[in-house]
Design a protein around this ligand. Sequence first.
Ligand code: 0X9
Ligand code: ZN
Length: 309
Amino acid sequence: RIGFERIHTYEEVDAYLDELARDYPNVVSVVLGGRSVEGRPIRYLKISTTNFQDTSKPIVMMQSLLHCREWVTLPATLYAIRKLVVDVTESDLVQNIDWIILPVANPDGYIFTQTDRYWRKNRATRYMIANRCPGVDLNRNFGHGWGTASSSNPCQDTFHGAGAFSEPESAVIRDIILEHSSRMALYLDIHSFGSMILYGYGDGVLPPHALQLNLVGVQMAQAIDRVKWPSNRNYVVGNIFHVLYAASGGASDYAMSVAAPYSYTYELPAYRNSAWFDGFLVEPAFIEQAGYETWEGIKVGARAAAAAF
Ligand code: 0X9
Ligand code: ZN
């Protein structure tokens, strides 16, 4: 069983996926998408009342821990899984939508953060210089605009790798998106921190449906803000380039460019009390709250994207 009293390990999450598939065989299946640089399984859940056979249904996909130090993103996806499978209070979400949920997108990095808490990238060693500077920023390694607003220096936190999808971790996600491209209604890449809901593209170019994207983004943000941790600020919604910075090769940009009309990067808040200054560190008392309030936004996005599908 998985609770929200602490943030769980890769091994615990992996075992939990099997447990869910065993306990809820009619709605949950576990899929091995591929393996990380260090050979760890990258596994995701398919949640569906029709075993993904009803191709008229929209799909919502979400993932967390692409950036492995952003720990609070994991309980956010685990909370969504719980509300879709274990503690179902709004059954339309599972009846009308098929879900793909990938909780640990960067398993090597996540394990590395148990000892080096601020690691962001994967653990690729093939770009190292004089045995230093491993790792590719997986959120600069996707195929939309690859290499245009990212670093070619392996020692940087935004190092983009040898080419689009040079890393197995991003290739796994690409393959899932492409396999389901015709049905992908909403794609959510969950990051932290900053209390933002961002959409593409990372070079500031807006897609034709940008006003719709912004509208649904604001609706999600308002739903979260209504129940948010009181001392946290309201969410900011906008194009990544215009509200944050230029960034190429992002997962959500790629998903929007090939599949999902609604595609966002969530930047969850920094959950901390006054004595807590680092937004990547998560106070245990806020873990369940993070899941609860993020789920309010996800529901709104899922229903809007499904209605437009
Ligand atoms: O820089 C990033 O990868 C994300 N911010 S973070 O602080 N979690 O590193 C924002 C990425 C948003 N990218 C696109 N929508 N393209
Ligand atoms: Zn991130």
